[in-house]
Ligand binder design. Structure first.
Ligand SMILES: CC(C)(COP(=O)(O)OP(=O)(O)OC[C@H]1O[C@@H](n2cnc3c(N)ncnc32)[C@H](O)[C@@H]1OP(=O)(O)O)[C@@H](O)C(=O)NCCC(=O)NCCS
Length: 196
């Protein structure tokens, strides 16, 4: 990834009804605030969004992956600099990166998820990727509908290893960015534990 690719959407502002958020590429400087973000999530949001463990070492490892351009990971910060959303394309150099998104409870259902999805899809397009892959819990209707609205299509059910160690069956959705691209063969789970 070139230096200008690294800056894709870094510093991008999103206006809310009250105030605004700023998007930042995840870096090791966010380690403490990302751990606070996860700790502040409701148990329901944690059940639905648990991409990886949140001990300081694992979070720093994911921040380093972002700094190195292995993943395209972002946080959205409020005006106090606190993380209120975490969203990413893992393995962003692959033909079809794996998308994840989590919004803090107080910011859900206000249109933010849709905006952040737009940022990830636009990022993948600008980088010339052929598609975007994701999985979601079978009862997560809100996320499922959001993904369908963004153009993703349901592919089937797949096994997934969650970041807190649960083996679950999830719905897989795929968005082709280049016509005719099919979902690749892969395993699902945190990249520090599963080889994509
Ligand atoms: C899923 C999530 C990312 C969506 O972000 P959000 O900011 O809450 O969603 P938005 O306000 O942008 O709504 C986007 C779309 O979701 C759908 N949606 C919103 N609320 C919904 C609800 N209660 N039921 C069903 N669909 C709903 C709608 O299609 C909506 O589009 P519309 O406003 O045009 O009708 C966010 O709620 C979240 O982080 N939830 C907990 C963690 C999670 O589920 N992460 C995804 C894991 S796969």
């Amino acid at each position: 990834m070139s230096a200008s690719d690294f800056r894709l959407f870094d510093g991008f502002r999103i206006a809310l009804d009250e105030g605004s958020l700023v998007l930042r590429r995840l870096s090791r400087g966010h380690t403490a605030s990302l751990i606070r973000f996860n700790a502040g999530l409701s148990s329901e949001t944690k059940r639905l969004f648990s991409p990886h463990a949140y001990d300081p070492r694992t979070v720093a490892d994911y921040a380093r992956r972002s700094e190195d351009g292995v993943d395209l990971s972002y946080v959205a910060e409020d005006e106090a600099g606190e993380v209120v959303a975490y969203f990413f394309l893992w393995e962003v150099r692959s033909e079809a990166p794996l998308l994840g998104i989590g919004v803090a409870d107080a910011y859900q259902n206000r249109g933010l998820g849709k905006e952040l999805m737009r940022v990830l899809i636009e990022s993948a397009k600008r980088l010339g990727r052929r598609g975007i892959d994701l999985t979601t819990m079978p009862d997560n209707e809100r996320a499922f509908r959001l993904y369908l609205k963004c153009g993703f299509r349901y592919v089937g059910d797949v096994p997934n290893l969650t970041g807190d160690g649960r083996q679950v069956t999830e719905r897989r959705l795929f968005l082709p960015l280049v016509e005719g691209t099919l979902p690749p063969q892969r395993d699902f789970g945190p990249p520090d534990q599963v080889d994509h």
